[in-house]
Design a protein around this ligand. Structure first.
Ligand code: ARG
Length: 267
């Protein structure tokens, strides 16, 4: 009887010590404001020129693009250093949830499905979607009905997965993690077409003389046209600060300038 009593007391005190330390942890987390952070980590998939891509600058492999310039401005306004964490596009949302990154800039559309797991800033840029093909095949693909049985590459986890599935009738979809892998597949005739945002198709076609863009267009919902910054669900403070930076950049005409400069870096 006595022993049991003692056991209970020990148990209870252990539970309360645990509880107290959890409260302490919680408090520490809360007081660590976004604005106190010295470093902000952006997650991206740098295979999407002019949004984000790799470029050798002064002999160093660097991630550049207009999303990166915007991310730098967001960091600057927060008084923080920017760190870039690159991964496959389909891993970006999980990286926010697991706190590997604070925000995502990856030409990402704020779809209702994604909004279930993350919050989005206001839209900072809008674009349509296009189909890239080998130059010699350009005129084989006249409209959306030209894709029956055709191998169409899309980036895994992108909205182009659905666009191709729903609008390119009978297409045989191939999903890969990186757009750069899709481009290699197109050049090696392993896929016959790739769906990406129009500025990206233009950038790849400019850089690769064997690639061209078809005249095929897509019907798109409004939310599938714009890019927004993703943050952790409920992180109102960071979202507010990001929206303030975006407002400023839009007002100053900086985003258009960043797009022009990023396109110049794509050679
Ligand atoms: N806009 C498309 C989406 O949100 C594709 C974006 C791909 N971005 C990238 N950096 N690869 O699904």
């Amino acid at each position: 009887m006595n022993k049991k009593f003692l056991k209970n007391i020990i148990c209870l005190s252990l539970i309360s010590i645990l509880g107290m330390s959890m409260i302490a942890c919680g408090k520490k987390g809360e007081s660590e404001k976004v604005t106190d952070k010295k470093k902000i980590v952006v997650g991206t998939s740098a295979d999407y020129p002019p949004y984000e891509f790799h470029k050798i600058i002064d002999g160093k492999d660097t991630v550049v693009g207009f999303d990166i310039e915007i991310a730098k401005e967001i960091a600057k306004d927060l008084g923080a250093d920017l760190e870039i964490n690159e991964m496959k596009f389909d891993g970006l949302l999980a990286a926010i949830s697991t706190k590997k990154v604070d925000m995502v800039l990856a030409g990402m559309n704020p779809t209702p499905e994604r909004s279930k797991s993350v919050d989005f800033s206001n839209i900072y840029y809008t674009a349509d979607h296009s189909v890239m093909v080998k130059k010699e095949n350009k005129y084989k693909f006249k409209d959306k009905s030209s894709f029956k049985g055709v191998k169409v590459g899309v980036q895994k986890g992108s909205i182009q997965e659905n666009l191709a599935k729903e609008q390119l009738e009978g297409a045989d979809l191939k999903m890969l993690g990186k757009v750069t892998e899709l481009i290699l597949d197109l050049q090696n005739n392993k896929v016959d077409a790739i769906v990406v945002e129009t500025p990206v198709a233009k950038a790849y076609a400019d850089k690769n003389k064997d690639i061209d863009i078809t005249g095929v267009t897509f019907n798109i919902n409004k939310e599938e046209q714009g890019s927004a910054v993703a943050v952790a669900k409920g992180n109102e403070e960071l979202k507010k600060s990001i929206n303030k930076t975006l407002d400023r950049l839009i007002k100053e005409g900086k985003i258009d300038e960043f797009v022009v400069n990023a396109n110049k870096l794509v050679e």
